[in-house]
Design a binder for this molecule. Structure first.
Ligand SMILES: [Zn+2]
Ligand SMILES: [Zn+2]
Length: 182
């Protein structure tokens, strides 16, 4: 059994959500509010339309950094993330809600929702760099797919994005290639 602390699991959930949203930027099915709501961001359902719109803009601005992470070593990533951190206004507190156990919140509940989400994402990236470096940030191994993923597997065995077709079409192609050789 793998023991995961509340902050570790919050970091992972936040990174997976951020990567999922960045993957869907520009796609016609971008669903910022429902995605965040499903991931447990309690203010997502009541956030204003303006806040959601600002969040989409901030996510586009953050997209180049997230997209670069799989190709960066930890030191390069640290430099980029430190630049983001100098601009980030946070006001941390220890929270304990919904039975998760004590963990840090980076913004007060009065902060605009989009600011809260962006602070959560940047702090999750920063904490991930301290814990694991960049090794868990990956890009889909399927041909013609550039989607990103966060590899939360214990032995870092993840190869494909969350689109199940990528794994299956690659396995089919591998199988055909093997048949040809044989
Ligand atoms: Zn929390
Ligand atoms: Zn893919």
């Amino acid at each position: 059994m793998q023991l995961v602390s509340p902050s570790q699991s919050e970091i992972q959930i936040t990174l997976e959500v951020a990567i999922g949203l960045v993957n869907d930027l520009g796609a016609d099915h971008l669903e910022v509010r429902t995605t965040l709501d499903a991931a447990g961001f309690s203010r997502a359902s009541t956030a204003s339309a303006a806040s959601i719109a600002r969040l989409e803009t901030s996510l586009s601005e953050l997209s180049p950094l997230l997209s670069a992470l799989p190709d960066l070593d930890t030191e390069q990533a640290r430099t980029l993330v430190n630049e983001e951190l100098t601009e980030l206004a946070i006001s941390p507190s220890i929270a304990d809600h919904d039975g998760v156990g004590p963990h840090l919140h980076w913004s007060p509940s009065t902060a605009p929702f989009d600011r809260q989400v962006i602070a959560d994402i940047i702090m999750a990236i920063a904490q991930e760099l301290c814990d694991n470096g960049t090794i868990r940030f990956g890009r889909c191994g399927a041909e013609d797919c550039q989607r990103l993923f966060y590899d939360g597997t214990r032995n870092r065995s993840r190869r494909f994005c969350d689109d199940s077709r990528c794994a299956s079409r690659t396995h089919t192609a591998d199988h055909r290639a093997r048949l040809k050789k044989g």
